[in-house]
Ligand binder design. Structure first.
Ligand code: ADP
Length: 399
């Protein structure tokens, strides 16, 4: 019996894939197709330490997936379709319908289609990916793993917005949260590192990548998270504002005559670090801050302060806290951000060790001081492995 899983992650104009062993996480090949539908797409296929890159026109998702399969044929490893346990798909929005991964069938496709209004940017691409993969791998089980699923355990008081109750009942307006696959992976790894049973471990997890969010995790289950109906709410991100006064929408409309599309665009694409400092890459912001750039310094301070507020809020939500866990590109690599976000929290029992925090490593590790009542951990996330692991579990469970 094979544990090989092909994981597919389709964005609005990109495909990322990884062929890996769902049980061990060992990857055989990874790749991506960027700028699908534009004049020239970049194809990258990485196998055995070699990157094979080429530019060519890729018309649509079907063409992208066929190009990826073609790269497997040319550069290896061979994907014998009998030797795939599953194809695992990242699906962004499962609404309140999916708390677990599911095997894809026609009914599931219809349901994901019904959820498009909740994720108009992401679900159509995910849906197309599911359809194309069903055509190309008709005999391999396809499993959808939802980014929202992990947060379906949130209590009602955490996911309910204080708006007319009909909004939720008729229009599904509530907090859903995202990055769930990452939280599932990181929470389990953190409990292992702490040497505690997951069921008895309380964590504040900070997933800080291009998109960024925080989650309060009690006993391996999400009890709150900073993203909401959409991935706009919460922390400061590369190009997204995170939390803001909802009345700003009306104000922009009245004062500047902006349409809803223009406002959405500004808050999703032109805000966050980019809006404040003119750069969405955290490395660049940090470098410019170190060189004395005022805009970059303010952007960094706003970012770090927002992280710190969520640590405090989720500590209070959990009551008892065993660890603060950093993950995502910024969380894993930026010692200076971790230090700024947690500075002066010793009265809350959170004490970093400067040397451990600054040491470079790609391993999951402690960065807190020995006497710190609350541990501080850095845990590299691996969403593809988590998708493969969950896909394998579903397929095995169904056999
Ligand atoms: P995505 O959300 O697209 O998966 P990542 O988790 O890879 O993104 O995070 C990307 C972010 O991580 C970028 O802002 C990048 O600047 C930041 N980052 C990566 N390496 C470092 C580093 N060494 N120091 C600071 N920030 C870093």
């Amino acid at each position: 019996m094979t544990d090989r899983v092909l994981v597919l992650n389709l964005g609005s104009s990109s495909l990322k894939y990884r062929l890996l062993d769902g049980a061990t996480g060992v990857a055989e090949a990874t790749g991506s197709v960027e700028r699908i539908g534009e004049d020239s797409a970049t194809l990258m296929h990485s196998v055995g330490g070699h990157d094979h890159t080429e530019e060519r026109h890729v018309t649509d998702f079907e063409d992208a997936l066929r190009s990826a399969l073609d790269a497997f044929d040319r550069h290896g490893p061979a994907i014998d379709r009998d030797d795939l346990a599953a194809v695992g798909h990242r699906v962004v929005h499962g609404g309140d319908l999916f708390a677990e991964p599911v095997v894809v069938d026609d009914h599931l496709l219809d349901t994901v289609e019904d959820l498009v209004p909740l994720a108009p940017l992401h679900n159509p691409a995910n849906l197309e990916g599911l359809r194309v993969a069903l055509r190309l791998f008709p005999d391999v089980p396809q499993v959808a793993v939802f980014d929202t699923a992990f947060h379906q355990t949130m209590p009602e008081h955490a996911y309910t917005y204080a708006v007319p109750v009909a909004w939720r009942e008729k229009h599904r307006i509530r907090r859903y949260g995202f990055h769930g696959t990452s939280y599932a992976f990181v929470s389990r790894r953190a409990a292992e590192l702490l040497d505690r049973p997951v069921e008895d471990t309380n964590l504040v997890v900070l997933h800080l990548g291009n998109g960024a969010s925080a989650a309060a995790v009690r006993g391996g289950r999400s009890v709150d998270t900073s993203m909401g109906l959409t991935p706009l709410e919460g922390l400061v991100m590369g190009t997204r504002s995170g939390d803001l006064d909802p009345a700003i929408h009306g104000h922009l409309h009245r004062e500047l005559g902006w349409s809803l599309e223009e406002i959405d665009r500004a808050l999703y694409r032109e805000s966050g670090l980019l809006g404040l400092a003119g750069a969405n890459d955290f490395r660049e912001v940090t470098q410019r801050r170190a060189a004395g750039d005022e805009a970059a310094t303010l952007a960094f301070d706003v970012y770090a302060y927002r992280v710190r507020k969520y640590v405090g809020a989720y500590y209070a939500a959990l009551g008892e806290l065993h660890a603060v866990v950093f993950t995502g590109g910024v969380g894993q690599h930026s010692a200076v951000l971790r230090a700024a976000a947690l500075d002066g929290l010793s009265r809350l029992g959170i004490v970093l060790d400067a040397e451990r925090n600054e040491a470079r490593s790609s391993d999951a590790r402690f960065v807190s001081a020995d006497g710190s009542a609350v541990a501080v951990l850095v845990v590299p996330t691996d969403e593809e492995w988590e998708i493969a692991r969950q896909a394998l579990e579903v397929v095995r469970g169904a056999q």
